[in-house]
Design a protein around this ligand. Structure first.
Ligand code: SF4
Length: 85
């Protein structure tokens, strides 16, 4: 999981079409049941390390596409090592 600090995002929208599974949404476009993700993004953007280099997607990324309740059922407070694939 990656997070974006909502106070640092300038809402330019450039990243939205770049995400292959359309996981990035503008704050104002979030449905009611995803509103909590704004605070989750803010909190973990301040705790987790910044990503400074481009990497390939993890090998199991496609397996996670569309899995329901990922945050509720699979979220870890620990940052990834970047070597999860
Ligand atoms: S690219 Fe995405 S995260 Fe970065 S400022 Fe634009 S909308 Fe925000």
């Amino acid at each position: 999981m990656l997070v974006i600090h909502p106070d640092e995002c300038i809402d330019c929208g450039v990243c939205e079409p770049e995400c292959p599974i359309e996981a990035i949404k503008a704050e104002e476009d979030l449905p009611e049941n995803e509103q909590e993700m704004v605070e989750v993004n803010k909190k973990y953007a301040e705790l987790w390390p910044n990503i400074t280099i481009k990497k390939d997607a993890p090998e199991d990324a496609e397996n996670w596409n569309g899995v329901p309740n990922k945050y509720q059922d699979h979220f870890s407070k620990n940052p990834g090592s970047g070597d999860e694939s």
